[in-house]
Design a protein around this ligand. Structure first.
Ligand code: 5RP
Length: 225
């Protein structure tokens, strides 16, 4: 099976976690996009969605699925999203698609977090994938110095084919930090959250996944944490 077929398989399996009549939180990225296409087939069963990015909101609306502002919503039954890396305890690195801050916000108000990922995303230790950190642009250099002190090699994310900084939906910039072997995800999340100028770090350990649907050659495996 190709990586896309594995992503499609977990997206299909995630429909079992959709709660009828409720608001569903929807993540960002290629796996989340496959999920949105599956959700479109059962859109009449749900009240609507909260999107974790402008791109996700546009795709949901394109399918005629209602998208609510989070400020209009009291609770979200389930949040369904991909990951760049996930451990066997449900801690994740996210933000490869630059939506980490809104993903964290939506996840934080959701009763359940269902991670959908192809098998390549399961790791023993987080950090081979460069850790995304969203920052206020004026704090970029100061935050990079602090990240170097923590042992990382920070690099500003740029727009494809350009040297200009990539700008997020929130007007922030993304620093990708290589070389971090993250033995204590919760501790590192707290440490980086404490750097002034950081909007959010793409470590999802304090609020990790409750379930991971992992696409493998032997079928979709369910890990519960
Ligand atoms: C976006 C994310 C994505 O969930 C993550 O990058 C995985 O993406 P994909 O499903 O395309 O592999 O965190 O900010």
């Amino acid at each position: 099976m190709t990586q896309d077929e594995l992503k499609q398989a977990v997206a299909r399996a995630a429909i079992d976690y959709v709660v009828d009549g409720e608001i569903i939180g929807v993540g960002t990225g290629s796996t989340a996009n496959f999920f949105i296409d599956e959700l479109a087939k059962i859109k009449d069963r749900i009240k609507g969605t909260v999107a974790s990015s402008e791109a996700t909101a546009a795709r949901l609306r394109g399918h005629g699925i209602p998208v609510f502002d989070l400020n209009e919503v009291e609770s979200i039954a389930v949040y369904i999203d991909g990951a760049d890396e996930i451990t066997d305890t449900g801690a994740m690195i996210k933000g490869g698609g630059a939506a980490l801050t809104r993903e964290k916000i939506v996840a934080s108000v959701s009763k359940q977090f269902v991670c959908i990922a192809d098998g390549s995303k399961l790791v023993r230790t987080l950090g081979a994938f460069p850790l995304p950190v969203e920052v206020i642009p004026m704090a970029r250099a100061a935050v990079m110095r602090k990240l170097r002190e923590l042992g990382g090699q920070p690099r500003l994310r740029t727009k494809a084919g350009s040297e200009d900084a990539f700008i997020t939906d929130n007007g922030g910039e993304i620093i990708d930090v290589a070389g971090m072997e993250i033995a204590d995800p919760t501790g590192v999340e707290t440490q980086i959250n404490g750097i002034v100028g950081v909007i959010a770090v793409g470590l999802f350990a304090q609020r990790g996944a409750n379930v991971c649907l992992l696409g493998t050659a032997d079928g979709v495996k369910t890990l519960a944490f």
